[in-house]
Design a protein around this ligand. Structure first.
Ligand SMILES: *Cc1c(COP(=O)(O)O)cnc(C)c1O
Length: 430
């Protein structure tokens, strides 16, 4: 496969953009190659600047649940665009999307729009701190909640992949208010939330972890988190930036039937445009300015193009049977993938939640950060390069999910399995 033009762009990009990329995980360092530059995308495919076609399992890291450039979404954006791209004033579109979000997400009574997942999570913890008048944030090792200072402690894929422990530039004074504990560990959770209850403002968690590879919660773990936070006056925040509108229209909270106090959203909610949101109980949300004293703002928040894309996307997701069909497709694909790993005697553990999954190159089980770290990341790098060369575009890290969209056809998934088989054969011989 010829990637000369991508190579030239990467050379050029490095002169004007740090590392040549606008977000570090795109750099492909951990999989031992250079990134390809994408020119366009349609359906399940992305096309690079050299004209190579790939079946895409990154899906922009989650948002493209309908596939790329679905007409319903691009037309909605075009329609909105004709009326102006930003007003810095309230619009009917944001009311419509807010109502759709409140209807879809069981625990969300009010919602505030922002422009990224990072903004959603950092605003949600500020709100939790303002509401409880306590300072400490508890998170889980390997969960990622965006790049705000408070979260850069054992923070999942991007940081793991680069081998950066936290990040320089994050003051000790800030992270001393963050406690990070192992995912799926009931005893440590209970001990932490009860013993430190007087100082803890919130527990923030991915209800299904998806930034150290996909790791579902152990049975009863979300219930335990809910029970302990409630008992100790701690705000429970579900970071549903990946799981929201992915596991079901109502996210993980609907799927597992747990009501968090606050929910963070991003990715799918913007239909491929930059949108984030946080919402939850009215009494907590009413603490935000201008209703209350907790300040949070945004010049482009509720942007009309982004709202139009979100509305068009959510309307598709609300159609009967959407998730059943997607999950069925993903389940079949996953079981065939597992069978292939077994056939070539490759130690592998496949974790899946609906239409997002990770194949960890380890015997497993993978239930937390430490067990995820037993994966053979070097082997993944080899596998990644083999797959890319055969036209399959995976996340350039062992510790990410592979996303399946509505646009991935049965034929394309079968083709992906064929390419996987030939790559596994080479992996087993390497
Ligand atoms: C992607 C992600 C974020 C950050 O969202 P950005 O839009 O990249 O800022 C936060 N939380 C989770 C769970 C995510 O997957």
């Amino acid at each position: 496969m010829n990637t000369d033009k991508s190579k030239a762009f990467f050379e050029r990009a490095q002169k004007s953009i740090p590392g040549g990329v606008s977000s570090p995980v795109r750099a492909c360092k951990s999989v031992g190659c250079d990134p390809v530059f994408i020119e366009r995308a349609a359906g399940s495919k992305v096309y690079d600047v050299d004209g190579n076609e790939y079946i895409d399992f990154v899906c922009s890291w989650g948002p493209m649940i309908l596939g790329h450039a679905p007409a319903v979404v691009t037309e909605a954006i075009a329609e909105a665009m004709k009326k102006g791209t930003s007003f810095g004033a309230p619009t009917p579109l944001e009311v419509e999307l807010a109502e759709m979000v409140c209807d879809a997400m069981p625990s969300v009574e009010k919602v505030r729009f922002v422009s990224s997942g990072t903004e959603a999570t950092m605003s949600a913890i500020r709100l939790a701190r303002g509401y409880t008048k306590k300072n400490v944030v508890v998170k889980f090792d390997g969960c990622y909640h965006g790049h705000a200072d408070s979260f850069l402690v054992k923070a999942g894929s991007g940081v793991i992949t680069l081998g950066i422990p936290g990040s320089p530039g994050v003051p000790e004074d800030i992270v001393k208010n963050t406690i990070s504990i192992p995912y799926n560990n009931f005893e440590i959770l209970e001990k932490t939330l009860t013993e430190e209850a007087d100082t803890i403002a919130c527990l923030i968690m991915e209800p299904v972890a998806a930034n150290m590879g996909v790791i579902p919660p152990a049975p009863g773990f979300l219930e335990k988190a809910r029970e302990l936070t409630k008992a100790n006056n701690i705000v429970l925040i579900f970071d549903e930036v990946i799981t929201g509108f992915r596991l079901s229209l109502g996210g993980a909270q609907k799927k597992f039937n747990i009501m968090p106090d606050l929910t963070c959203m991003g990715k799918i909610i913007g239909g491929g445009l930059p949108v984030g949101a946080y919402g939850g109980r009215s009494d907590i949300m009413n603490m935000i300015a201008p209703n209350g004293p907790v300040y949070q703002a945004g010049t482009l928040s509720g942007n009309p193009l982004a709202m139009a894309a979100g509305i068009a996307t959510l309307k598709e997701l609300a159609k009967p049977g959407f998730y059943d069909e997607l999950d069925r497709k993903a389940a079949k694909f996953a079981s065939e993938l597992e069978a292939l790993a077994a056939k070539y005697s490759i130690p592998a553990t496949l974790n899946r939640a609906g239409s997002v999954m990770t194949t960890f190159f380890t015997d497993g089980p993978v239930t937390d950060f430490d067990s995820a770290m037993t994966s053979d990341a070097e082997r993944y790098g080899f596998f990644y390069r083999e797959m890319l060369d055969q036209g399959i575009y995976l996340a350039p890290s062992q510790f990410e999910g592979a996303f399946i969209s509505e646009a991935h056809s049965t034929e394309e998934l079968a083709k992906t399995l064929e390419k996987t088989e030939s790559s596994f054969r080479k992996v087993s011989q390497s």
